[in-house]
Design a protein around this ligand. Structure first.
Ligand code: GLN
Length: 483
């Protein structure tokens, strides 16, 4: 019996090209897994009966990909997992989707997420939470939780997510897969429904660095349709796989190993360090002194941008429209009924920080601190080539555990947020398991536009470990979690 869970996407695509596998065999293998496991995971919110076929050849051609439901696939529904957009269809194609099609990939499914990407657990979705394939009582992380869970459970070989404050890396960490957030500007945001326009980036979620490098090759590149997209060439990231790393210097920021870090996570990161040390890689203790302000800074800037970006969902142009007798009531009713509690919290927080009288004290102040956080990284990168940290302070928490405590939810992004504020590339990759068999992720942060060093290091770690090859112990259960 064919078992594609043991192969990475690039090898499956190669086997197809060499006619060692047929297209039908591959499609039915993944279809069967989706039928068996998606009902209990709730990771894919729509699997296309007729996937959008791509034309073109690339190392990953012919394979199906899941797309987070905030990236526009022309003609398909796009909801951001929000009631307010529940009937909306994309009228244009995101640049990344065009690129995937040009590379011959198939757009196969829409993945669950936190509403408008607000969250760290995928519990705020209007479709109900996604369950962690490693333990169905636990969260998958968020906000790209559907993408991470689907890849972890091998329902598809890979997925796209988006990362504003950790939304690719944190769920990747909690699900035991590789999640890469490219440098701000590396991937076009055209067709990504904006949360925080100065922070958002689209990136791949895969089972290995090999697939990650190939997917980055496809989605990166300048795009005239996104004014923040960088005019910089895309290297062939696959050339960074399995290179010599002995000259690389890695920084360990002392602020990331302080209180609040679960001992099991700390031990796993120490394991990564020893592995690299054996490869003659040098470690230097560094300091990122403004780390303690990152969460507060991010929640002011992110929510301010979100409150402004979400103004367009007013009942006139998109999705839901609630019955009313005048214009003001139309806005109020539509937005009150259409947005969930976390989206409303962000809109309130952002509107408050931007309002006259508070603008200087909150928003402008946060921009100044953002600059200091970026300067911390600039100084660190004078000494080191990459930075190693945990991705998340803990393994996956229980569903419902933090829903009534937004602050504790926000603090779960403590290690991922600064990267977005500074616009840097970073990746989370599997580096261990807790004693109750939950995945642990390590994060590598790079200099702007130096994704290559992260791929070098990550693939070097992968060569000597098999954490990324572990498959969650799923049992068939036909009952859908939120029915
Ligand atoms: N968890 C963070 C938040 O809720 C990050 C979300 C994201 O990256 N989209 O804002």
């Amino acid at each position: 019996m064919l078992d594609l869970t043991q192969l990475n996407a690039k090898d499956i695509a190669l086997a197809l090209k060499e006619a060692k596998l047929t297209k039908d065999e591959v499609s039915s293998f993944f279809k069967k897994r989706i039928d068996e496991f998606n009902p209990s995971l709730n990771s894919l919110i729509e699997v296309f009966k007729e996937p959008d076929k791509g034309e073109g050849s690339s190392a990953l051609a012919s394979l199906g990909i899941a797309i987070k439901d905030n990236i526009c696939i022309k003609g398909r529904k796009i909801t951001c997992a929000s009631k307010i957009l529940s009937s909306h269809r994309a009228v244009y194609e995101a640049t990344v989707i065009s690129k995937l099609k040009q590379a011959g990939l198939e757009i196969a499914a829409r993945a669950n997420m936190d509403e408008f990407a607000f969250g760290s657990s995928t519990e705020t979705s209007c479709y109900g939470p996604t369950k962690n394939p490693w333990d169905l009582e636990r969260v998958v992380g968020g906000s790209s939780g559907g993408s991470a869970a689907a890849v972890s459970a091998r329902l598809l070989p890979f997925a796209l997510g988006s990362d504003t404050g950790g939304s690719i890396r944190q769920p990747a960490s909690l699900c035991g897969v590789v999640g890469f957030k490219p440098t701000y500007g590396r991937v076009s945001r055209y067709g990504l429904i904006a949360f925080g326009s100065s922070l958002d980036q689209i990136g791949p979620i895969t089972t290995s660095f090999i697939d990650c490098a190939h997917l980055l090759n496809i989605i990166c590149g300048h795009d005239a349709k996104d004014s923040t997209s960088a005019k910089i060439d895309t290297p062939d990231f696959s050339k960074s796989l399995n290179c010599d790393c002995s000259q690389i210097k890695i920084g360990l920021p002392k602020e990331y190993f302080a209180k609040g870090l679960e001992p099991e996570v700390k031990t796993a990161i120490e394991g990564v360090k020893s592995y690299f040390a054996n490869k003659k890689i040098k470690f230097i203790e560094i300091s990122l002194p403004h780390t303690e302000y990152a969460v507060a800074t991010y929640y002011i800037i992110g929510s301010s941008e979100a409150s402004s970006n979400l103004q367009r969902f007013d009942g006139i142009r998109y999705g839901l429209r609630s019955g009313c007798s005048n214009l003001e009531e139309l806005y109020t009713k539509t937005r009150s009924q259409g947005f969930g509690p976390e989206a409303k919290r962000r809109i309130f927080l952002g509107t408050y920080s931007l309002s006259s009288g508070y603008y200087d004290a909150y928003y402008v102040q946060a921009l100044k601190v953002r600059r200091l956080i970026k300067e911390d990284f600039d100084s660190a990168f004078k000494e080191v080539d990459a930075i190693l940290t945990p991705t998340s302070p803990s393994t996956a928490f229980k569903i419902g555990e933090k829903t009534n405590d937004p602050l504790s939810m926000y603090l779960s992004d403590i290690y991922t947020i600064s990267v977005n504020l500074a616009g840097l590339p970073a990746v989370s990759f599997p580096c261990g398991f807790s004693k109750n068999n939950l995945p642990i992720g390590a994060q590598l942060i790079g200099k702007a536009f130096d994704e290559e060093t992260l791929i070098k290091l990550g693939s070097c770690f992968e060569e000597g470990s098999d954490y990324h090859k572990q498959i969650p112990p799923l049992v068939v259960n036909k009952k859908n979690s939120h029915e």
